[in-house]
Write a protein that binds this ligand. Sequence first.
Ligand code: ASP
Length: 356
Amino acid sequence: MTAPTSAPDSASSAAPNILLIYTGGTIGMIEDAHTGALVPFDLSHLMENVPKIGRLGYHISHEQFNPPIDSSNMNPAHWKALATMIADAYDTYDAFVVLHGTDTMAYTASALSFMLKNLAKPVIITGSQLPIGEIREDGTENLITALQIAAARDASGAPRVQEVAISFGRHLWRGNRSTKVSSTNFGAFRSFNFPSLADMDLHITYHDKFLLHPEPSAAFKLEAAMDDAVGVIWLYPGITENVLRAQLENEQAKGFVLRTFGAGNAPTESWFTRALADAVKAGKLIVNVTQCPAGGVEEKRYATGDALAQAGVVSGYDMTCEAALTKMMHLFGQGLAAADVAQQMQVALAGELTRP
Ligand code: ASP
């Protein structure tokens, strides 16, 4: 990672101090002259391509992953590096903007929301569908808007946004409620179970009642340890006992997110419920999250869901899979026992779930 560059001379001392962190992704990519494939380029080129940034009048310093990566290569070690970069610079800067590939942006946003405890400053993540160096692209607007949101203050002078959020296209979404919904649309993200935090049209309109605020007395702290001994099991009609048990009985795994049907339903055949009950008895945590993009788990609604609850499967309510998985990694990473992780999975730690 490179050292931060100095702030632009034109910015006044009252201007916000923003740390821009470039991790990689399409926003900063350029076509390789020989292969035609998109490859990441250096952040200084990105800044050259967006001279308008200077007109904002902010103090902007930057750091970057070295080398920048396609977000398909992101893993918990990268999340830890990113969260640590933010925590180390927390007192120096007013706000943080992270440039990130769209493919796994929702996972990173979710992971950061659990790692950066009692956040009182904006961490705004953005990227783009087309590289900033192209003639027609969405990266310039996404970057400028993310910087403006990061710089926004309320009437008392406090940061308007005090959480990890994804700013993309026309909306600002809570990071741990977001999901990538399109590989082509300029509105690549949606949060199906929570309203937008702001909408970007002619004006940026904030929906203050949905914004998170930390406990005033709680100090910011970094909890970056993640345990990757977890997994996701996706149900489908025709899943067999062998396939299911091969996953559940993996000795390395401590817990699973179970992607169920509809309101949290699954087959009621006895081999199925027995396989889950056996895994729970063996100490594994299984959290029920629906495959539906919108809505959540209501285990008692149908007998098919109730059977899961009887087997010891825990409801993930309306959490996204991205949030449930990274939350489980985070909680096991803090050294909690499965029973405590189970209890915490059902409590909102960073606005990631709503209990009915
Ligand atoms: N593959 C790219 C990435 O996620 C796609 C993007 O940036 O939109 O890094």
